[in-house]
Design a protein around this ligand. Sequence first.
Ligand SMILES: [Zn+2]
Length: 464
Amino acid sequence: MSLYRKYRPQKFKDLVNQEHIKKTLLAALSRGRIGHAYLFAGPRGTGKTTAARLLAKALNCPHRNPEPCNRCFSCKEQIKLSSLDLIEIDAASNRGIDEIRELRERIKLVPSSSEYKVFIIDEVHMLTPEAFNALLKTLEEPPSHAIFILATTEPHKIPATVLSRCQRFDFTPLGILEIVQRLKKISQAEKIKFDKDGLRMIAAAASGGMRDAISILDQLSSSGKKINAKMVQETLGVVSERAMLKLFESLINKDLDLALEALAKIKEKGYNLIHFREMLLNFLREVLIYKISSASKELKDNYSREICQKMMSLSSQIEIKELIRMIKVIARDSLIEKDTIPSLGLEIALVELAGEKQRKTKKNKEQLKNFPELWRDFLQKIRPYNHSLAAIISSARIIGVDQNQIIIEVDYDFHCQKIENKKNLIKVEEKIAEVFGRKYQLICRVGKDKKAKNLKDIALEVFN
Ligand SMILES: [Zn+2]
């Protein structure tokens, strides 16, 4: 028997997370306030089918308190999945009107040995419109013994008329820590050797789905070896957190070369890029949550200490606005990705995030860093041309530097006139271009701000 089946929760209390759902259902069972139709919506592997079976079992258990007893005939039949009063239908393969008609016939039959006949319709959004209509008719006038539990990963595809007949429960994705705890319990019970990082990586690879996580554990444990991070990485092709950090860092630094190199390495190792993008988005989401609320425990729970510290220091170097843009650009669904070159979508995202700015600022940044030296060089060069002009410019204060202009301030009008003398200005700007390797316009103004700034401060100012 698979680990997943073996450890499928047999009581509501063993169902991981979904606290509000457990509470509401148990309260309804206690009070005997049973609805005729339930909708369990939520991502894959979050416990919808498990909860549906638990509800079915509890409903038909004469000894429920309100958990099912798991010992009576009805409970045992249901655990074996051989109860005649629990009917599970996979809408993905029974989506037509005929199946629903047949279902309607079966609904009329009274339960064989229990109080209720429970119908679980999995992936209900797959039904055809005609089948939905037939289902709706049943839901409008259900026999008193019939209870429907509809499960779906895509509730938005269900007609409003059907939705309005159901009590809806939304299942939330499981956190990595919750999955790890469950994996740990199972591993201990099965005497599977593991370390925490290994389990954490399995949980991350399962992206919030318990079933996938347990199946992976099942698969890995069959080797009999200890499950650690390296083994999980090698077997599943899970991208290492380090590789992801490296990519994140290169995006923050707008270093396109490094970003593409990191991606190439990830590709080279044969990782699934669609999966990688999911992991990257999850990672960025956690950085965002951490930035919004530093008290967030999630980051510390989900990553090793080393990774966590690095992540926190990197996160301080990026603005929330930019982080959101990063998430949006990477999340943007790329059609290219599905059809042709798997990495193209991500590559375009990286170029968009790291490339544009690089082209604009790389040279500029370098120059601004060296501004004080370059300015001194320029003063040297202008001196032979005109000593007094050089002296005036030397005494001027630099007010600002941007892409195209250097703005200076002098104390006297005649200084300004001297600099702005057409012949002088041409020479000055020529020398600036020579030294800086690009054209700047020199703007001169007369000012009272006598507080001279030193060049280092200016460099810092413009650099920031
Ligand atoms: Zn029972």
